[in-house]
Ligand binder design. Structure first.
Ligand SMILES: [Cu+2]
Length: 117
């Protein structure tokens, strides 16, 4: 039992240190769960390490299916992904991000938010 617990803890520590090698999301605008007014949206995701912009992607979807138009903008900092979405309807959205950090590790996630009035 103790041996098994120790083994699990070592495994967990390895996974954690591995996860630290990835670019992790530090801050997002819009924040997860945010309600944003207006049909025009500035998106900015800040990560804890430099990204390879050639292999980093942002996609925006309406929660009920269709993709929304998103323009990726050049960011002045290599740890930031920036984009702008226009002509958004009210409702729930999912922003999917996929990044490659310069250490060669990929990471991905999604942020759900709402366009309200
Ligand atoms: Cu890794």
């Amino acid at each position: 039992m103790w041996r098994r617990l120790a083994y699990s803890m070592i495994l967990l520590m390895c996974l954690n240190s591995h996860a630290l090698a990835h670019a992790s999301l530090l801050e997002a605008v819009p924040a997860p769960g945010a309600v944003v007014a207006g049909d025009n949206l500035s998106i900015e995701l800040r990560f804890d390490s430099r990204l390879d912009s050639r292999f980093s992607r942002l996609e925006l979807f309406k929660a009920d299916g269709g993709a929304a138009a998103l323009t990726l903008l050049a960011a002045d900092t290599p740890t930031i992904l920036k984009a702008r979405a226009t002509a958004l309807e009210e409702g729930a959205y999912v922003l999917r991000w996929r990044v490659l950090s310069v250490d060669g590790h990929a990471n991905q996630g999604e942020i759900k938010f709402y366009i309200g009035r």
